[in-house]
Design a protein around this ligand. Structure first.
Ligand code: SF4
Length: 341
């Protein structure tokens, strides 16, 4: 049975003082919910930090609750149109487990519930009228908390009104509720496959999350011809070390998931204790780039506050141009090389 409060949690594990002091009514606003699939993994500190709340969330009361300024970029009540060529649709506010680093905690878990048929239709019509939108992120919350019939209705509307828009299926459920990916659900996806492609966008932050069940769930998408891409968040004490990220990348690739982004944690209220500073992030990026292939290397990226958009954070190897017109570079091994004009 999923864990929904601290009393239940204290029945299965000894809580730290910070965990005991967490105030569910505090300013960080995200409820406690830990799914069955994650409970056996809570013995690992890297998983516990992601799902067990702490009073440190309440102590970070000053941060912004909407650092990406999504509320200012609404195309429709459930559709955020912040980038010219893509949009994000809030399918529901629910998830199978709530991540303590969630950047959308102003919305997640706040009982607004599933998007209604009207809200879905309104968003699809908005996208049809804005043909610069090439992709939509079906996000929330987690779309796979919706019932099969609701998912079928939603995909049917998007496919009939804006069939040329790529649908990104954003979900953490392959890790937090792999049993959700039943034959019936996969048949619904198969039925709505015609049109612009689906992409599965996963969030695995630590190699231990790639359980056998999670990998089987992802395989069902990939076997169906749906590419899988992973978006991790760089989290203090979870994956902010080179060895963990290299292992994560290897495991993702072996399961046919492309490591896509490694996000710098957004400066959202209640998450300061989980963020790694950018200087250390850049050092990690440089070190893992040395060890990983291009296929295995995620893009270390920050979403700039105030809706500034995404920027890639990377070590710069370009040193400048010489008077003779050659370009000077530093190599990943710390040497220098000239490149002809
Ligand atoms: S699964 Fe995504 S939306 Fe849900 S709590 Fe985690 S980060 Fe937030």
């Amino acid at each position: 049975m999923a864990i929904t409060d601290m009393k239940m949690l204290s029945g299965i594990m000894e809580l730290t003082e910070d965990e005991k002091r967490w105030d569910p009514e505090g300013p960080s606003t995200l409820p406690l919910l830990i799914s069955d699939a994650m409970i056996p993994l809570l013995s690992l500190p890297q998983i516990r930090k992601q799902f067990v709340p702490s009073a440190l969330e309440n102590e970070d009361a000053e941060g912004n609750l909407d650092p990406q300024a999504e509320a200012e970029h609404k195309g429709t009540p459930r559709l955020v149109h912040r980038y010219r060529n893509r949009a994000a649709f809030y399918t529901t506010d629910r998830c199978f487990a709530y991540c303590r680093h969630c950047f959308r905690r102003r919305f997640t878990g706040h009982l607004s519930g599933p998007a209604s048929e009207n809200e879905i239709r309104e968003a699809a019509e908005y996208m049809a009228a804005h043909d610069e939108i090439r992709e939509v992120l079906l996000t929330g919350g987690d779309m796979f908390t919706l019932s099969d019939s609701h998912i079928s209705m939603m995909l049917g509307i998007f496919r009939s009104i804006c069939p040329g828009v790529i649908l990104r299926l954003c979900t953490r459920a392959v890790a937090t509720a792999p049993e959700r990916f039943t034959d019936d659900l996969m048949a619904i996806l198969e039925k709505h496959k015609e049109g612009a492609p689906f992409y599965l966008m996963t969030q695995f932050n630590h190699p231990a999350e790639l359980t056998d069940a999670a990998c089987r769930a992802v395989s069902r998408f990939v076997d169906m011809g749906i590419p899988a891409m992973n978006q991790s968040v760089l989290l203090r004490g979870v994956n902010d070390d080179e060895a963990t990220l290299i292992e994560l990348s290897d495991k993702l690739l072996m399961n046919r998931i492309k490591p896509y982004y490694l996000f710098q944690g957004d400066p959202v209220r209640g998450t300061a204790h989980l963020r790694t500073d950018i200087e250390r992030g850049l050092e990690i990026e440089k070190n893992i780039r040395h060890e990983l292939s291009g296929l295995g290397m995620p893009q270390y990226t920050a979403d700039l506050p105030g809706g500034g958009g995404k920027v890639i954070l990377t070590h710069c190897y370009f040193r400048g141009k010489t008077e003779s017109g050659r370009y000077l570079f530093g190599t990943p091994d710390g040497e220098t090389r000239y490149y002809p004009e």
